[in-house]
Design a protein around this ligand. Structure first.
Ligand SMILES: N[C@@H](CCC(=O)N[C@@H](CS)C(=O)NCC(=O)O)C(=O)O
Ligand SMILES: N[C@@H](CCC(=O)N[C@@H](CS)C(=O)NCC(=O)O)C(=O)O
Ligand code: FES
Lengths: 104, 104
């Protein structure tokens, strides 16, 4: 669908993408982690898109199997949610992924 | 207001009360913590109450200064949110409050 193409394009063209909800603490945590690492992800707040928000969430579910927020992509790859991203960071793997994606 | 009276009554009559949202991970975390401690709070899911949900959130804000979920009460006292409850637990104070409230 058109929306699926838009999401794929967004994920491919931006090194770090976070689909989020403004009032969700898990989304805030992931955004704060990237900020601490000096990375500025492209953040898409699903609750600020009106009816397109829930539609986008369904598209993300079709593409990744994950309906929930935050939904994180690095270097075009689906990473997962907040707990997945934090786990990668604790293993020292997040900065590696980020430098590959952002370093280009 | 009537709703304020209902909330005050609920908080006074139940040793542990959590105002929550079903799909919120912070609310899930606080509910899971109580479960691990063998406590069964009265859980009120604000997103299952229709239009009363947001009204209740406003009443909780008027009574406690806190609009966000989870909103936790123990022994009739306002505790705060997820981070507040977890902090009390780490300090060893949560189980003391719980045994006073639940012990009766
Ligand atoms: N373990 C996941 C949990 C994700 C999750 O359950 N997110 C909630 C909000 S905190 C969600 O998306 N619920 C459904 C929704 O809000 O549409 C993570 O760390 O990201
Ligand atoms: N530090 C607070 C954060 C609470 C918070 O921001 N909660 C969010 C959901 S995770 C909220 O209630 N947002 C507004 C809303 O959902 O109505 C806590 O630990 O409980
Ligand atoms: S909505 Fe509460 S942690 Fe996401």
């Amino acid at each position: 669908s058109r929306m699926e193409e838009t999401v794929k394009k967004t994920i491919d063209e931006n090194p770090v993408v976070v689909y989020s909800k403004t009032w969700c603490s898990y989304s805030m945590e992931v955004k704060a982690l990237f900020k601490r690492l000096g990375v500025e992800p492209l953040v898409i707040e699903l609750d600020e898109l009106g009816p397109q928000g829930p539609q986008l969430q369904k598209v993300l579910e079709r593409l990744t199997g994950q309906f929930t927020v935050p939904n994180v992509f690095i270097g075009g790859k689906h990473i997962g949610g907040c707990t997945d991203t934090v786990k990668l960071h604790h293993k020292g793997e997040l900065t590696v992924l980020l430098s590959e994606a952002v370093g280009g």
